[in-house]
Each structure stands twice: as C-alpha cells, then as structure tokens.
Design a protein around this ligand. Structure first.
Ligand SMILES: [Zn+2]
Length: 147
C-alpha cells in the first residue's frame, strides 16, 4: 500500500480537489466537504482505510455539487426557506448517493477494501438527523406552515 500522504496527493490530483487533515471541531462526523471551495476536510489519525473511505464519500459531495446532483442539499450558503426545506427532505438520499459514489470509486484505489455504507446504519442515521439535518428544520418556519 502506498503511504497515506501519497494516497492523498493522488486523490487530490485525480479528482481535482484539495484535502485538509484536521483535528477538529468535527463532533459526530469524520469529515465534510466545502464544495464551493473544492475542499475536503477530514479528521486526522483515522485508519488508512477509514481515511480513504471518508475522503471518497466527501469527494462524492463535490461531484454532486459540480454536476448539480441534489443541488439544494449542496448549496451550503443558502438558508432560504425553500432550500432549507429541500435539504431536510432530500438530505438522506443525497448522503446515500455519496455512499454509492464512494463504494464505486473505492475499487479504483483499493480493490480489496469494502465500503460499509454508513448512511444505511441506523445509529449513524439517527445522529445525522439529530446533529445535522434538524438544523434545516429549526432554521426556518416552513414546518409551521405545514400544520
Ligand atoms: Zn456526506
């Protein structure tokens, strides 16, 4: 296996993204993508295979952004009601799309590793709903109008 620094460099040039290792602020998740800036931020000190899998999932978000897939979910700066509502409603589907993307791309980088589809895991989905998705619901008033 190539070392992690070389792997990261190769992924950066293959997908034309910038990868930052960070020991963060990232509370419940292992990484995130800043699509507008073309940057993937990932926790450091993850295992080799976890680093690769998380990066590929986040590259999936940048792929979506570039190709206008789940467009509203990937429009991070927009907090208008319509966008927030769509983010809330389509978020999980968008995440699962990125899981499929990562699973597919993983074969290019390591044919032996298996991707585990975190967004099909009950506990992770619950955390995602509580810590991330809910902010789009509380940030707006659309849910009140539905009553
Ligand atoms: Zn994601």
């Amino acid at each position: 296996m190539k070392d992690i620094d070389q792997l990261i460099k190769d992924i950066e040039s293959y997908y034309n993204v910038k990868i930052e290792l960070n020991d963060p602020v990232l509370m419940w998740s292992r990484g995130y993508a800043r699509c507008v800036d073309n940057i993937v931020v990932i926790k450091n000190n993850l295992s080799y295979s976890m680093t690769l899998k998380v990066i590929l999932h986040e590259v999936g978000h940048i792929h979506c952004y570039r190709n206008k897939i789940y467009k509203n979910y990937h429009t991070f700066n927009s907090t208008d009601e319509y966008t927030s509502r769509l983010k809330y409603l389509t978020g999980l589907r968008a995440e699962r799309y990125c899981d499929r993307f990562a699973s597919h791309e993983l074969k290019k980088w390591n044919y032996r590793m298996k991707y585990h589809f975190p967004y099909s895991d009950k506990i992770l989905v619950e955390g995602y709903r509580t810590h991330y998705l809910s902010m789009f619901k509380t940030a707006t008033t659309w849910q009140i109008k539905l009553k």
